[in-house]
Design a protein around this ligand. Structure first.
Ligand code: SF4
Length: 339
């Protein structure tokens, strides 16, 4: 884990936000860059949220970045810049749930509390044969009891980290490495020869979604809009875009959206880029059209604000990865420098 070695509570605190929903290997380079830019909780609290989002770009689940930034502000204002050391104070911070609080308390303060995340639940459900993965009802209560009973009073932080490491590197979701696992001789799933049959998987249905986006130019600038802070990709900048309703024509939908949501009358021109990507249970097809302003004035009804941005300024804006990708393709194609 990234905080192994000499423990800095602030480093652990940041890492715990980044590690929610994301694997260690993905987090590490982000964590290094982040701690270099914001070496203390005070530096983080003093930063603009846009700077924080820019460094988070690509890591996803952006509410974590906003929560971390808000939490830093609260820690500076209410705890004199020290990371809190009680469960109640930790849980009162935005984005800190039971797992992060327990990890913080056991690793930084030596309290014998179980830190149960998805990795630990997977190990428990395999070792004790909980077919549903200990996620619901009685199984969940049993998993919590088993987890708490297993935590030693000595070095509980080391124990929790060992379980996290084991889940991340040995008892992996698919093809666990049982031959090197220290729990092999007490693992019921291994004894039954079916280690990765648990937890039983529920396949989520994927749905197809079509989105059209506008590349609106004014001289050598193009229009970006900033998403509201709440919700997916909150606070990030993007090309104005709209999800198509069943059977809706792309150009007409885009033209109506720009008029209603942004107060701009546009002529929709040629398709200039396209990209397919997935988010959780959606397969998204994004198509971008060149648009020319024919009238109106920029007024943001759904977004925080809109801005006309030069190609060379794009690197300073936090964008969702798909929008960054299509913009790179389009801007490089028309000779945008330095992007
Ligand atoms: S023996 Fe295999 S399934 Fe059981 S805990 Fe170890 S890695 Fe996981």
């Amino acid at each position: 884990m990234p905080w192994h070695g000499r423990l800095n509570p602030y480093h652990l605190f940041v890492a715990l936000y980044m590690l929610q929903q994301t694997q260690v290997a993905t987090v590490l380079p982000y964590l290094r860059r982040f701690l270099k830019a914001f070496p203390s909780v005070k530096a983080l609290a003093a930063a603009e949220v846009d700077q924080v989002l820019r460094l988070w770009e690509g890591l996803g689940y952006y509410s974590r970045a906003r929560n971390l930034h808000r939490a830093a502000g609260i820690i500076v204002a209410e705890h004199r810049g020290r990371i809190p050391r009680t469960e109640a104070q930790l849980r009162a911070l935005p984005g800190i749930g039971a797992y992060s609080a327990a990890a913080m308390l056991s690793i930084a303060c030596g309290e014998p509390v179980a830190a149960v995340d998805g990795n630990v639940l997977r190990i428990l459900s395999r070792v004790f044969w909980l077919p549903g993965g200990g996620r619901e009802g009685k199984e969940k209560q049993r998993a919590e009891r088993l987890a708490q009973a297993a935590v030693p009073t000595e070095k509980p932080g080391d124990f929790n980290q060992a379980l996290m490491d084991l889940g991340a590197t040995v008892c992996t979701p698919r093809s666990p490495s049982c031959d090197v696992c220290p729990l092999q001789d007490r693992c019921r799933a291994f004894a039954r020869g079916k280690p990765d049959a648990i937890p039983q998987r529920r396949r989520a249905a994927m749905r197809n979604v079509s989105v059209v986006a506008a590349l609106v130019r004014k001289g050598n600038k193009l229009l970006l809009v900033q998403r509201p802070h709440a919700g997916t990709w909150g606070g990030l900048w993007e090309l104005p875009n709209v999800r198509l309703a069943e059977g809706e024509a792309e150009a007409a939908a885009l033209e109506a959206y720009l008029r209603e949501a942004l107060g701009l009358q546009v002529r929709v021109g040629e398709r200039c880029a396209g990209l397919e990507y997935g988010i959780t249970t959606s397969r998204i097809s994004l198509t971008v059209y060149e648009c020319e302003v024919a009238g109106g004035r920029l007024r943001c009804r759904e977004h925080r604000c809109g801005r006309w941005v030069k190609a060379e300024e794009l690197a300073g804006y936090a964008l969702p990865a798909p929008h960054r990708k299509v913009l790179r393709a389009v801007v490089v194609a028309v000779g945008g420098a330095g992007y």
